[in-house]
Design a protein around this ligand. Structure first.
Ligand SMILES: C[S@@+](CC[C@H](N)C(=O)[O-])C[C@H]1O[C@@H](n2cnc3c(N)ncnc32)[C@H](O)[C@@H]1O
Length: 208
């Protein structure tokens, strides 16, 4: 099967991407909806989650991605591999994550990962960045007490901007880390490490 070709970036503020997604129902997407849930925002082709779901059958993995063709293909592969603990959703997390997670029990998420989200370098495009105050609020609302939020990027100014947004939340405690805490690296992480470029990482833990 050839690799699905998609636009490198899509404008999340374009009318097409301002749709309201149907809230997920865990029992419709996972064989065992009670398992701890890991959410990866901006999962692209979902390879990171695919490997994680194979390694950790005792957890559920949900990927969220704005490029629909990648989501369709990632779900096809998950099905082909009989991974009933893995699912991907087409959603613009910047504007609609709250709606997507609306029916999730509060404080249910165990882990959230935000890895190399699109930087939108120009100041005039800052509003297109996925991590904003609303997204932080939604994520923290759904994370369990003791839940973890892992953020990494190779863009220093974007790291500072995101870390400040997370620090501003009174329920998050910051932890210094030098390594990705998971046994799998994302596609972007591998590419950045191959170029020997720095990666800025933080792990935040929820304490209510
Ligand atoms: C640079 S890629 C990194 C992908 C993957 N996390 C990795 O580390 O290899 C950023 C991904 O975030 C997705 N993305 C950007 N803005 C988004 C949004 N508002 N909602 C959902 N996904 C988004 C992009 O389409 C892209 O697939």
């Amino acid at each position: 099967m050839p690799r699905v070709r998609v636009h490198q970036h899509v404008n999340p503020l374009a009318p097409y991407f301002r749709f309201v997604p149907k809230p997920i129902e865990l029992e419709n997407i996972f064989a065992n909806p009670e398992l701890p849930l890991f959410l990866d925002l901006g999962c692209a082709r979902g390879k990171f989650l695919l490997k994680m779901a194979e390694m950790f059958p005792d957890q559920n993995f949900l990927g969220v991605e704005i490029r629909e063709a990648l989501v369709t293909e990632a779900n096809r592969i998950a099905k082909e591999r009989n991974l009933t603990n893995l699912h991907y959703e087409f959603c613009n997390a910047m504007v609609a994550l709250d709606k997507l997670l609306e029916n999730l029990p509060e404080e249910f998420l165990q882990t959230v990962a935000i890895q190399f989200s699109d930087p939108w370098f120009k100041k005039k495009h800052a509003k297109r960045r996925m991590v904003n105050a609303e997204l932080v609020e939604t994520v923290v609302k759904h994370l369990s007490d003791g839940g973890k939020l892992f953020v990494q990027t190779d863009i220093e100014f974007l790291a500072d901007e995101m870390f400040e947004l997370f620090r501003a939340n009174e329920n998050l405690r910051e932890t210094e880390i030098n390594e990705n805490p998971f046994p799998v690296k994302t596609e972007r992480e591998i590419a950045v490490e191959e170029k020997n470029l720095p990666i800025y990482r933080k792990l935040f833990k929820v304490k209510r």
